[in-house]
Design a protein around this ligand. Structure first.
Ligand code: ADP
Ligand code: MG
Length: 473
């Protein structure tokens, strides 16, 4: 490896010595520790060279446990110290994390995925600066975050934290399934704080980036820089998707110490995850319990109204005109993931441009998104619709499917047909067949009739909306 590493190793060691100094009296320190040189620091191992046998043995007997303990405190991971005497020949200079060894040792193998910069390291890299974590995404703000019952707590807590960082909820732990706005909220907190305190250093980092950053700093023998960056020079730390740190022992250890330092200094920490802390496998207990110190807020899948509001906001933002019925079609069919909801809207806009500005109509939306929508929802059957409508209007299923024509039965029947047409992908003939073997023209005229009534009859609009919600799955 690079020759400069020997020097770097010594620098790291000097830092360790500084932490040890207060634990010893000055003369002991100078007598027994100063003479040692550090020849290697690799994952979990430190090799020190004593100038002679006497110093080596005396050190081993008196200082070894203190040194090992201090090393673990400073670095956040257990270390074993080995002592040796000078080689008769030349000393070998080794890096903090040996290239091959760290890939080969099981303890470290999960840290060194082929996709990380670890894989392409070479000696010329050793002088590069470690990679910077990605910065905040400025387009994720509180203003464009739609609030509903599903995300209200997380949003309110995020706003509180951004107004009074480090004082209200520390740490703030936000959890929820993928695509529900965790990254959006973390970024919104960061953006609001930077706006209020332009000189503050707000670090947004995904835990994957954090792991890679840590490894790179170690590789370049710059663990001190790493510590400075996250512990000292950081006013607010936003760690996204903490679940990816689980199982990565040395990084978790480092994070634990960073957490403690920031917390003690009253700096705000916000963490997101796809799970509640105690449900993240292979996450250290001490981290799980730290996450409980502040507030844990969840984000659930948004309700129908929230989905509609998100779509409208997004359409406005993108400058796309999307009619109401298309919005409700999307909102009724894509339920669990906001990213997919937005994706569907963007896709429609792109397709409409592709087809020379074809209007985004319900038919166009259905045709364009049928695959996407089939994939994301359990199929809603016509029988389920009939049953729901019958219950709602307190009529018999057999009446809905039967031939009686009085209004109290005919109207629910037409509504059920309308819902079957708008909420499923069944054709008119298929719907007719499901309603006691009726002709497809009967279904068409029922759907038209309801569409016309909906324009003038606000009670009916409410009823159909309620039914649509009940039929959501
Ligand atoms: P996560 O990090 O939880 O996987 P993201 O924050 O990346 O989810 O959200 C996915 C997409 O959905 C982003 O484009 C985000 O802006 C959007 N989004 C999620 N929730 C909302 C919301 N309540 N209001 C507006 N946009 C939202
Ligand atoms: Mg995210």
């Amino acid at each position: 490896m690079h020759d400069g590493n020997e020097h770097q190793t010594q620098l790291v060691w000097n830092d360790v010595l500084e932490s040890i100094r207060p634990k010893l009296n000055a003369s002991n320190f100078d007598k027994w520790l100063r003479p040692l040189t550090c020849t290697e620091i690799s994952d979990g191992h430190v090799t020190l060279e004593a100038p002679n046998l006497f110093i080596r043995d005396w050190f081993e007997m008196n200082f070894l446990p203190t040194i090992e303990q201090t090393l673990s405190e400073v670095t956040g991971q257990p270390y074993q110290v080995h002592l040796k005497l000078p080689d008769p020949g030349q000393k070998t200079a080794l890096s903090m994390i040996p290239t091959k060894a760290s890939n080969a040792t099981p303890k470290n193998s999960h840290n060194a995925g082929a996709s990380t910069p670890m894989a392409k390291q070479d000696s010329s890299n050793a002088t590069n600066k470690p990679s910077q974590p990605s910065s905040l995404n400025g387009k994720y703000t509180f203003e464009n975050f739609v609030v509903g019952p599903s995300n209200q707590l997380a949003e309110a807590a995020s706003r509180a934290v951004s107004k009074l960082p480090g004082t209200t909820y520390n740490p703030l732990f936000i959890y929820g399934a993928v695509g529900l706005g965790k990254t959006h909220l973390l970024s919104a907190i960061g953006n609001a704080i930077v706006e209020e305190h332009p000189t503050w250093n707000v670090i947004y980092v995904s835990s994957e980036e954090f792991v890679v950053d840590y490894i790179n700093h170690l590789r370049l023998n710059r663990s001190n820089d790493f510590r400075r960056k996250y512990r000292k020079d950081c006013e607010v730390l936003l760690v996204d998707d903490i679940q990816f740190i689980a199982g990565k022992d040395s990084t978790q250890g480092e994070f634990f110490h960073i957490f403690n330092d920031l917390f003690k200094a009253g700096r705000q920490i916000v963490v997101s995850s796809d799970k509640f802390p105690h449900e993240i496998p292979a996450l250290e207990e001490r981290l799980k319990s730290r996450f409980q110190w502040g507030l844990i807020a969840d984000i659930q899948s948004p309700e129908y109204e929230t989905r509609v509001a998100i779509l409208k906001k997004k359409a406005d933002f993108e400058g796309i005109y999307v009619p109401e019925d298309v919005i409700s079609y999307l909102a009724s069919n894509i339920k669990t993931n906001v990213r997919e909801l937005e994706g569907a809207l963007i896709r429609l806009a792109a397709l409409s441009r592709l087809y020379q500005g074809q209007d985004i109509t319900l038919k166009f939306a259905r045709n364009s998104l049928s695959k996407l929508i089939e994939r994301t929802t359990d199929p809603l059957t016509i029988d389920v619709i009939i049953k729901q409508v019958a219950t709602y209007y307190d009529v018999k299923i057999s009446d809905i499917k039967g031939k009686r024509r009085q209004k109290t039965i005919a109207l629910p029947r037409q509504i059920a047909m309308y819902l079957a047409r708008t909420l499923t992908n069944h054709s008119y003939p298929e719907i007719g067949a499901a309603f006691g073997g009726r002709d497809h023209t009967t279904v068409i005229s029922a759907v038209r009739k309801i569409e016309t009534l909906l324009k003038s009859d606000s009670n009916l609009r409410v009823e159909i909306h309620m039914l649509e919600q009940k039929l959501e799955r």
